[in-house]
Design a protein around this ligand. Sequence first.
Ligand code: PHE
Length: 336
Amino acid sequence: MKEKIRALREKTETAMRETETGRALYELKTRFQAELKSIMSGMKDLPKEERPAFGKLINEFKEDMEAQFEARAAVVRQKEMEAKYAAEQIDVTMPGRQYRPGALHPITLVKNQLIDIFSGMGFKVFEGPEIETDYYNFTALNTPKDHPARDMQDTFYLAENLLLRTQTSAGQIRVMEEEKPPIKILSPGRVFRSDDDATHSPMFHQMEGLVVDRGITLCDLQGMLAEFARRMFDASTKVRLRPSYFPFTEPSVEVDLSCSECGGKGCRLCKGTGWIEVLGAGMVNRRVLENCGVDPDEYTGFAFGMGIERIAMLKYGINNIRALFENDVRFLEQFR
Ligand code: PHE
């Protein structure tokens, strides 16, 4: 018996000195207790008179070992803390990690600003589909097949009557079919034309505006655009309407803003004219209202459509439209 206790003590004390973690110590203690229990169970085989002395011995052993376990636990805890602190130490002299926050794309910036300006005037946003039928993109907009105005917009056809919309004006029809006047919508989105040079891209963005109500006139259009120009550029920006032609508006106008570069004196940007063309607009053609079941004798309206890229290029002084689509971060970072 005594021999067994001595062996267990020696074995346990040696192992204990090597424990480095609370977990290892706990496992050792569990093993020790099991073995101690098995020694104690041998007590019943001892002669009766030897039992008290043995009981005393085993109790002392147990208490001593428990004290040792406790002492070792304190040491191990300290060791673990030290290891943890060493691993988590912060070197305040190390250079910081660089964060490179993203930025909104200039097209998104201008689009959001347009929505902001016009929603302040009571416009609601409507988004139409990018794949359109020939009817919504052309025919309902008073541009039937073989109409020469179709040549103004070189179209990507997907099928006989299905195409990539060439203009957000298609949204005008969708809205007027769904809603009764008064109507006041803004329709942003991608449009597509087979066109590619320094100022044209086969995919670009437009922002359409449509107002239909009783007594709407060209003056309302002009006033609204003047407010838009002041807020998008600056308070001194002037608006000029020039006669033009679109099948879906009558009369139609081309809208120019006074050149932001030279203030109207004439420079390279405005090609010496002092004016820069920014959008097409006009009074909604009676035929278009009729096509949508709106009585043209009761209601009138105006519509306008502008290229978002064009506004962004003017606002930020970008001279090649490709810069907007190449996604060169050195370019995009400037809009942070
Ligand atoms: N949809 C025309 C274009 O893309 C612009 C426009 C919109 C003209 C609304 C008049 C009215 O060129």
